[in-house]
Write a protein that binds this ligand. Structure first.
Ligand SMILES: NC(=O)c1ccc[n+]([C@@H]2O[C@H](COP(=O)([O-])OP(=O)(O)OC[C@H]3O[C@@H](n4cnc5c(N)ncnc54)[C@H](O)[C@@H]3O)[C@@H](O)[C@H]2O)c1
Length: 368
């Protein structure tokens, strides 16, 4: 906002994280009228420098987001660091009064996300996650098809891929559940339009896996409207891979619908012949997530990734990991209760009463 209260003609963007995804975001910023990069930040200064130079940007580079926010103009911050750095970077921006669009997962833990949700509310500054895979013409067409059949009672996603990333995913615990499955879990919430309540999950390491952590999982979620969502995934599945959006099937009162994550949506009712439904065009992925975010900054609806809404996708991940470790079904309410207590204890211990007051009212998770 300018001093007069109008929206700025050009919004200055601080981009934190100049790895693979940070560079993808830089291209999105560059292509968007009304946005201008004002600084690039990375612990690895040479990565920040080369990313800026490749785009011909004459902007300062920093190793620390808080320092960049002190020295460079900022109307919004893109947090594209590794998950472990998300909390500290987003927190620095919120405290500086700068809205944040963060890559998923908004933080690695629900406790940290609850803390950030409370801080965002206390500061009155927007924090949203980009869940790029809920934004595509294909998933919207599939959701419309499922709705037209009366809503899914049973939803299945298969995700089988075989990337050789190197880097943090190869050495982290539960790489599939923590770094990837959040996409399909969030897509399931988008498709079902109700909220997850519990999960039973097993994760494991196929003998041929090249990851240190478990790279395969199967999970069954129960949603508040009684729907079941089944997930089967692997990140070490060579051959016959699914699309990166996953391969989907919904069973509904009026029939069934499928979507392979890339092409047509198919529907078939009782006694009918299966038909392909057209998938329209339109903005998707990062670009669509950015549009939602900017719309909110312009006074429009909150984005679908606003942290208090997005936190339920993160809670699905945490509950699945907990179920896999304990061997029992996990209720999401229990995840929120424990995470909220941990976040509250931290806020009280550090005398952050504005955060503590909110957290003490959020036993079942933050309000949506
Ligand atoms: N939406 C998607 O489809 C998608 C795809 C890939 C990655 N991601 C997400 O994007 C994020 C980044 O992933 P990536 O593949 O670009 O990782 P990456 O490892 O390639 O890049 C991350 C960068 O962050 C920097 N960094 C780490 N801590 C920092 C800090 N405190 N301050 C400044 N810089 C810091 C690192 O030096 C590195 O250059 C992750 O959260 C990941 O889950 C999303």
């Amino acid at each position: 906002m300018t001093a007069g209260g109008e929206e700025p003609a050009v919004r200055e963007v601080v981009i934190v994280g100049a790895g693979g995804m940070g560079r993808a975001w830089m291209d999105v910023v560059e292509a968007r009228p009304g946005l201008r990069a004002s600084a690039v930040v990375d612990l690895d200064l040479s990565a920040a420098r080369s990313a800026a130079a490749e785009r011909g940007w004459d902007v300062p580079v920093f190793t620390d987001a808080a320092e960049a926010l002190r020295d460079a103009p900022a109307d919004l911050l893109l947090n594209v660091t590794v998950p472990e750095a998300h909390r500290v970077v987003s927190e620095a921006a919120l405290r500086a009064g700068v809205p944040v669009l963060s890559e998923k997962p908004v933080t690695p833990s629900v406790a940290d996300a609850m803390r950030l949700a409370a801080l965002s509310e206390a500061c009155g500054v927007l924090l949203a996650t980009s869940q790029s895979r809920r934004h595509s013409p294909g998933i919207s067409a599939f959701r419309d098809a499922v709705r037209s059949l009366g809503g899914a009672g049973q939803l299945e996603a298969q995700f089988f891929q075989n990337p050789r990333f190197g880097g943090f995913r190869d050495v982290m615990p539960s790489p599939l559940l923590i770094d990837m499955a959040i996409h399909q879990f969030d897509q399931a919430r988008f498709l079902l339009g109700s909220e997850p309540e519990s999960v039973y999950c097993e994760e494991f390491s196929p003998p041929w896996s090249w990851y240190r952590g478990a790279a395969a999982a199967q999970a069954i979620f129960r949603f508040s409207d009684g729907a079941r969502f089944g997930y089967a995934g692997s990140w070490c599945a060579d051959g016959l891979t699914t699309s990166w959006n996953g391969s989907w099937r919904a069973s509904a009162p009026g029939g069934s619908a499928t979507w392979d994550g890339e092409g047509a949506v198919q529907v078939e009712g009782p006694g009918e012949t299966a038909q392909d439904l057209p998938v329209g065009g339109g903005s998707e992925g990062l670009d669509a997530a950015l549009t939602e975010f900017l719309t909110a900054l312009d006074g429009g609806d909150p984005p679908s990734g606003e942290i208090r809404r997005n936190i339920r996708s993160l809670a699905m991940v945490e509950a699945a990991v907990e179920s896999a470790a304990s061997g029992v079904r996990v209720e999401l309410d229990a995840v929120f209760a424990r995470a909220g207590a941990a976040a509250l204890a931290e806020a009280r211990a550090s005398g952050e009463m504005q955060i503590a007051d909110r957290l003490s009212a959020w036993a079942g998770g933050p309000p949506r």
